[in-house]
Design a protein around this ligand. Structure first.
Ligand code: BTN
Length: 263
């Protein structure tokens, strides 16, 4: 049995989100992402949520470690979308929009940095990790969507370089109940997933909340460094970069903003 944690299962079920019909709460676990994947492989239904108070082996994008001390919201969802695999990238954008809106509803001006980092004042407050697994027929079998929110903790506890990260506590000057944060995130995700079929609205919101487009950026992808102006995002979530050698579409990579957005 998973250890009982700071969130109460009944409290989570009472949120009534279709994304959290089945809930597994842990006091401490290696990674909610790994656990949710395990559950998904064993047939866990769409709407399975795993949350842990602490992760001892939290994982980020591009194989990085994700520091996950007590006070954050470390969660992973099992999703079983019924659309084709080529549209799976939409989940990333939809999730970024949903989480950014959730944070705004909690009172912080969250922005999206491509592909799906959520920043406040240029510092990362939340990371999103969407991992798809294909079904035999070519569709998306399941997606494990991880959300790591720096919530009720001090930046120093995260063990990241100075100026890189922020927390909800730092931005609001107070703590917010974990159940309230979770309810906002689930609501934000549900709303965006509900309109994923008509992607225009999500892309429009992504663009209106992003802090990447219009900037000169450096992107490292598979050991190669590219520089250029981030000019657009495609319908499949790729970042379009105008470089000295023409336009390049990027599907993965780490973006560094090189100078402030022109006024
Ligand atoms: C990123 O690199 O920005 C994505 C970070 C995703 C972290 C979350 S925390 C909950 C879930 N469990 C993990 O091990 N990773 C994700």
């Amino acid at each position: 049995m998973p250890e009982r944690s700071w969130l109460d299962e009944r409290e989570v079920l009472a949120i009534g989100s279709p994304l959290a019909r089945s809930v597994e709460l842990h006091g401490e676990i290696g990674s909610t992402q790994a656990r949710a994947r395990e559950l998904a492989k064993d047939g866990a239904p769409d709407g399975t949520l795993v949350v842990s108070r602490i992760q001892t082996g939290g994982r980020g994008r591009l194989g990085r470690l994700w520091g996950s001390p007590a006070g954050g919201l470390w969660m992973s969802l099992v999703l079983r979308p019924d659309f084709e695999a080529r549209l799976a990238g939409r989940i990333t954008q939809a999730a970024a929009v949903g989480v950014a809106k959730a944070l705004r509803s909690l009172g912080v001006k969250a922005e999206i940095k491509w592909p799906n980092d959520i920043l406040v004042g240029g510092r990362k407050i939340c990371g999103i990790l969407a991992e798809s697994s294909l079904a035999a027929g070519g569709g998306v079998g399941f997606v494990v969507l991880g959300v790591g929110m720096n919530a009720n903790l001090d930046v120093e506890e995260l063990g990241v370089e100075d100026g890189q990260a922020t927390t909800l506590r730092r931005e609001l000057g107070r703590d917010v109940g974990t159940a309230e944060i979770l309810a906002s995130v689930l609501d934000g995700l549900e709303r965006e997933f509900g309109r994923i079929g008509v992607f225009g609205g999500i892309l429009e919101d992504w663009k209106s909340m992003n802090c990447t487009l219009g900037r000169r950026v450096r992107v490292v992808r598979s050991g190669e460094t590219l520089e250029g102006e981030a000019v657009d995002i495609t319908g499949s979530g790729a970042l379009v970069l105008r470089t000295g050698n023409g336009f390049v579409e990027l599907f993965e990579g780490e973006v560094e903003n090189l100078r402030a957005k022109p006024l």
